[in-house]
Write a protein that binds this ligand. Structure first.
Ligand SMILES: *Cc1c(COP(=O)(O)O)cnc(C)c1O
Length: 393
């Protein structure tokens, strides 16, 4: 592994401080490095591999699509995209779908749609978007512009204009930023990278009502917290607070790079039209065959039922840890997206866990994030705790 790591550090742009492991293959909830060592995976490629690794039905669906055609172009129709869009609409309750290659691109499309919606109303170019402090929406310029972490933005200013920031879960602070020019409010339904903070029902409902009153579009970023992660297909469904535009990615393709932004019929009919937006790869037949199969397997394998059952147990076990160690100051999260906040940086603990065969990741400096494949069992939770606890003590 040392030789590969040295080579990687010579050739790849150093934009990540990577863990010292070269992963080779996966099976269920386990990954293996190239020396054959097994790891229990509580990261799932950051919320991507929801179905676990080497799922035969999923792999077979991809293989058969590869043998047919991988890519055509969005200038032509293809059946996998039609099927994927139909199923995605059914599980989300949204009306219109645009497929992208990644989460950040889904956010870009959502922002463009919101600006176009406002432009069509008054023909002006001065519309404002309200985003949240401590949010994360991706690394491209639009997505970065609404990411409420100055550290990510600092070296790349100027961002796109007319973005204002409010405090998450603080409706008064949103009200302070609203003007006649506000065209959209964007937020994660559960803040992921910012430290695993779920939106409160009160906050979501107040923001929804404000948006209805002023014809502002509510954009919910469900890229990390969507796709069953919280025990609902999309996290907003728990409270029935439906967005006008929603972004989804990560687990949507379970490893094939794909994302989407979805709109209500009203937002869809009054924003982007032919020529306004496009992508070469977005929603190609291979990516859409993946989405199609993922959504089938969510249904037939009762993924959401499993999330609800196992996440209660995970919460219980994490609460026990919190009660045993006074340096753990909080446990929070929703479903299988959980965080333990410590009174100190968690990097060393995560490295130690990795040495002991457990893959974990941080969310910010002081939070250990638990974002496992959605197919984990209670005994996987027990195994995780068994490895993590000695690292903590
Ligand atoms: C990961 C993430 C993104 C960015 O997705 P990419 O596929 O990495 O571009 C955007 N929003 C949220 C909430 C995310 O967790």
């Amino acid at each position: 592994m040392k030789d590969y790591i040295a080579e990687a550090e010579r050739d790849l742009l150093h934009t990540y401080n990577r863990y010292q492991v070269v992963l080779d293959k996966g099976e269920g909830v386990h990954l293996y490095d190239i020396e054959g060592k097994q790891y229990l995976d509580f990261v799932s490629g950051i919320g991507v591999f929801a179905l676990g690794y080497a799922n035969k039905e999923y792999n077979d669906a991809l293989k058969s699509q590869i043998d047919k055609v991988i890519h055509t172009s969005n200038y032509y129709y293809n059946v996998p995209a039609i099927n994927a869009a139909k199923k995605l609409k059914a599980v989300s309750g949204m009306d219109r779908v645009f497929f992208t290659n990644s989460g950040a691109e889904a956010v870009e499309g959502a922002l463009k749609a919101a600006r176009k919606y406002a432009f069509l109303k008054d023909g002006k170019n001065d519309h404002e978007i309200i985003a949240m402090n401590h949010s994360f929406h991706g690394r491209t310029f639009g997505a970065l512009s609404v990411t409420g972490n100055p550290h990510y933005r600092e070296a790349f200013e100027p961002m796109i204009g007319n973005i204002k920031f409010a405090d998450y879960n603080d409706f008064d602070s949103v009200m302070q930023q609203v003007t006649d020019k506000t065209c959209a409010i964007i937020m994660e339904t559960v803040q992921g990278e910012g430290g695993i903070h779920p939106a409160t029902e009160y906050f979501l409902k107040k923001v929804r009502a404000l948006c209805d009153e002023k014809d502002i579009l509510l954009i919910l970023d469900e890229i990390q917290c969507g796709m069953g992660r919280t025990g609902y297909m999309y996290a907003w469904q728990k409270f029935g607070v439906k967005p006008d535009i929603m972004t989804t990615a990560k687990a949507l393709g379970c490893g094939v790079p794909v994302g989407a932004f979805l709109m209500t019929e009203k937002a869809g009919q009054n924003s982007l039209v032919a020529g306004d937006h496009g992508t070469t790869y977005g929603g190609n037949p291979l990516a859409c065959a993946a989405i199609d199969k993922v959504l089938d397997l969510f249904d037939t394998n009762h993924i959401i039922d499993n999330v609800r059952e196992v996440s209660d147990y995970l919460e219980e076990k994490l609460e026990e840890l919190k009660n045993r160690y006074d340096f753990i100051i909080d446990r929070r999260g929703s479903g299988l997206l959980q965080g333990l906040e410590l009174d100190r940086p968690v990097g060393e603990i995560i490295t130690k866990a990795l040495d002991n065969g457990l893959i974990l990741i941080n969310a910010g400096t002081n939070v250990i994030r638990f974002i496992p494949p959605l197919v984990i069992t209670k005994s996987d939770v027990d195994e995780m705790i068994k490895i993590l606890e000695p690292c903590l003590s």
